[in-house]
Design a protein around this ligand. Structure first.
Ligand code: ZN
Length: 300
């Protein structure tokens, strides 16, 4: 059995020697985190969006099963930009796509990014990843609920656990912390979607504007809660967003990636986080639910 990950560079021009050396260091740290490195491929690329899209569509468990490779976007609803993505493919293969420009953000940020993805791999290989756990554990969607809330809640839990470990191991990059300032940016996107809805009344447009923002909120809450429980973020940095308290109550009991949790526990936690995401969405003026006649979206 090999104890090496597979590494591929998909870049137009060879990296300078110093950058190659930095990647070798980071990849060695990444490998040390991963239970079964021989099933992992890391692709470092200067075409992050294109390559991440290629692999995103190969994931058997994905929320948007009709998405095509060229529809993947690194830009998030609030203007943040993804730099890496872990894709769990069939047969237990995992591909981690990392933008080569990540190094330009400085070594601490690149290290946090790469070792955060290593934690996603750990969750996958330990079998207690929250993503799509509703397909692997007994799960009943409460009446009126929609699956979006569940997928987003699973995202919150995975991001929380990965970031929790990142901070516990001392890999914190100060420039990568999420506070109430980041939450306010997402809330602002939702308010703009709301205002536009009142002008146009276009429900499809409203759905496609609001859902990425709620997904982004689910990530910011997971990252923020991980910073709060580990003490790298001060409680005062979230005081402007009181909604965090409800998420923190649920998340703080979840460990990082070192302890393996029963799937049933992850599924139960996902449902509770999903309920709070729905409550948050309601407070932001959106009511999205399933009714006997189909899906219902209204905007206050
Ligand atoms: Zn993540």
């Amino acid at each position: 059995m090999s104890s090496e990950i597979n590494v591929t560079y998909r870049i137009a021009r060879a990296l300078p020697a110093a950058q190659q050396a930095t990647w070798r260091t980071l990849l060695a740290e990444f490998t040390a985190e991963v239970p079964s490195p021989e099933k992992v491929e890391v692709i470092i690329t200067d075409e992050y969006e294109k390559v991440a899209g290629e692999y995103a569509v190969q994931e058997p468990d994905r929320m948007n099963s009709t998405m095509t490779a060229d529809q993947y976007r690194a830009d998030r609803a609030d203007g943040a930009r993804a730099a890496a993505k872990t894709c769990a493919l069939a047969d237990g293969r995992i591909v981690v796509v990392v933008g080569s420009s990540t190094l330009a953000c400085g070594l601490p940020t690149a290290r946090q990014c790469v070792l955060h993805e290593a934690q996603h791999v750990r969750l996958q290989q330990h079998g207690d990843v929250a993503h799509a756990v509703h397909r692997r554990a007994p799960f009943e969607l409460p009446s009126g609920f929609t699956w979006e809330y569940v997928w987003f809640a699973e995202n919150t839990i995975d991001e929380f656990r990965c970031e929790r470990t990142v901070h516990e191991r001392g890999w914190t990059s100060r420039s990568n912390l999420n506070t109430a300032v980041d939450f306010a940016l997402v809330a602002d996107v939702l308010q703009k979607v709301r205002a536009k809805h009142h002008r146009t009344g276009d429900l499809m447009d409203t759905y496609h504007g609001a859902m990425p923002a709620l997904l982004r909120a689910s990530t910011v809450l997971g990252y923020g809660a991980a910073g709060l429980v580990t003490g790298v973020i001060r409680p005062g940095d979230w005081i402007q967003a009181p909604a965090m308290g409800r998420f923190l109550d649920l998340l703080e009991g979840l460990p990082g990636t070192d302890r393996v949790l029963p799937r049933e526990d992850i599924a139960a936690a996902s449902l509770e986080v999903a309920k709070r995401l729905r409550q948050l969405f309601n407070e932001m003026g959106f009511d999205y639910r399933e009714t006997p006649d189909g899906f219902w979206l209204s905007v206050a």
